[in-house]
Design a protein around this ligand. Structure first.
Ligand SMILES: NC(=O)C1=CN([C@@H]2O[C@H](COP(=O)(O)OP(=O)(O)OC[C@H]3O[C@@H](n4cnc5c(N)ncnc54)[C@H](OP(=O)(O)O)[C@@H]3O)[C@@H](O)[C@H]2O)C=CC1
Ligand SMILES: CC(C)(CO)C(=O)C(=O)O
Length: 294
């Protein structure tokens, strides 16, 4: 029997996963903050409509499910916690669909009994002004190779969202964190991937990434010296208008995930006695950008 699934946080990532499940007949319970009748995903010329309604009252969560995909921003975990209370039983697995390397330590305190697994979300998805979500890449997740991950693997089997399991999840998660950290520079320039075509931005990005790499290695990640160059080359190969979710938040005047995507590098660097001069400049600027406007 298919596992019962809920998606908490039906934004860019939550809508993509909900649509992937719905397409194969495993329509999840959708739990959000804003009432809506349906979700809509656009992929190329295709359109997937996921029937709602989006539930907005955690007191009406309607009981425990086997699997919760938690796809709120890391800044929204606290306010989304009542959903976890309503949806989790002793056997529930919560799969966190967020950026960052601190997913488990941030979500676990809100669970009593349920197991939590982190993920790496590789695909770009963008909310559009008509309320739909535009999936701009191949939907793909990496999960740790652990027993609890099998529930998510099973739920997404045969869907458009592929899942792979990593023996060394720490290294994979830090590699993605490096990509997210440098994407934060887009918030400081107000530009998209096109800015990485500039030689000076590429040089700055490489220096920042090398600093992040040192911290990642101190945290146990096994990553080669080539990673900074690969990440910069990746941004240079994207369409010039490809953004990042933290830039979308900045443009919409929403709180920023600066601490989990960038602050973590200076925090962990400090703990290991590693100097992080570029982070020390970037992080307060990002934090201040999220506070504005006055
Ligand atoms: N977008 C992307 O391309 C990628 C994003 N990520 C990461 O995935 C995570 C999710 O990002 P993304 O999907 O872009 O974010 P969005 O802002 O698009 O989605 C967040 C969703 O959570 C909802 N929400 C907020 N508070 C609550 C609450 N208390 N209870 C229930 N729902 C709530 C929001 O509702 P409302 O509609 O009311 O705001 C929104 O629907 C982030 O950590 C991000 O860094 C990772 C890879 C790629
Ligand atoms: C687009 C992507 C995958 C890389 O920057 C991302 O993680 C984000 O937008 O937050």
């Amino acid at each position: 029997m298919d596992p019962t699934v809920a998606v908490v946080g039906p934004g860019a990532i939550g809508t993509t996963v909900a649509a992937a499940l719905h397409e194969v007949g495993r329509t999840p319970r959708i739990c959000g903050r804003t009432a809506r009748e349906r979700l809509e995903l656009r992929v190329g010329e295709d359109r997937v409509v996921v029937p709602g309604p989006v539930r907005i009252d955690p007191a009406r969560a309607a009981g425990a499910v086997d699997l919760v995909f938690l796809a709120v921003k890391s800044t929204q975990i606290e306010t989304a916690a009542p959903w976890l209370t309503g949806l989790c039983g002793a056997d529930t697995v919560v799969c966190v669909l967020q950026n960052g390397v601190e997913q488990v330590s941030m979500v676990a305190p809100h669970l009593s009994g349920a197991r939590v697994i982190p993920s790496v979300v590789w695909f770009p998805a963008q909310a559009r002004s008509d309320g739909s979500v535009w999936l701009r890449g191949q939907a793909r997740l990496t999960l740790p190779d652990a027993p609890a991950s099998r529930v998510a693997l099973e739920a997404l089997r045969g869907t458009r969202c592929s899942v792979d399991l990593a023996m060394d999840f720490t290294s994979v998660a830090w590699r993605k964190l490096l990509q997210n950290a440098v994407a934060g520079l887009m918030v400081l320039t107000g530009r998209r991937s096109g800015m990485f075509a500039r030689a000076d931005i590429a040089e700055l990005s490489l220096a920042y990434l090398r600093e992040c790499l040192e911290v990642a290695r101190a945290e146990g990640a096994v990553l080669s010296d080539d990673v900074p160059r690969e990440i910069v080359d990746g941004f240079r190969s994207y369409p010039a208008d490809m953004g990042t979710s933290i830039l979308a938040d900045r443009e919409a005047g929403r709180p920023l995930e600066w601490d989990t995507r960038n602050g973590v590098v200076s925090r962990r660097g400090r703990a290991h006695g590693i100097p992080t001069p570029i982070s020390d400049l970037v992080v307060p600027l990002l934090a201040a950008a999220g506070d504005g406007p006055g």
